[in-house]
Design a protein around this ligand. Structure first.
Ligand code: 9UX
Length: 81
């Protein structure tokens, strides 16, 4: 089924930053949508739990993959909740 996770994202200063974060999150396998708010410095990601990369892939949980995707484009992220 579809699950939602929210991330705190730190370091975004303009809409190009938030667009880059959105693109990075959407590129993670299994992600259906990613909405990033520059104003509140958060991302809401919807993903299909049945199609995320599991064992045999990176070994990272979907949450860890999302955080890594944000960090790879130069921002800091942590899962909310
Ligand atoms: Mo504009 Mo966002 O230079 O880093 S892309 S502030």
């Amino acid at each position: 089924g579809v699950c939602t996770v929210k991330l705190d994202v730190r370091g975004m200063h303009c809409s190009a930053c938030s667009s880059a974060v959105e693109a990075a999150l959407q590129a993670v396998p299994g992600v259906q949508s990613a909405a990033v708010s520059l104003a509140v410095q958060q991302a809401e990601v919807r993903y299909n739990a049945g199609t995320v990369a599991g064992a045999g892939g990176s070994g990272l949980s979907i949450e860890q993959q999302l955080v890594a995707a944000v960090e790879d484009c130069g921002f800091e992220a942590s899962v909310i909740g």
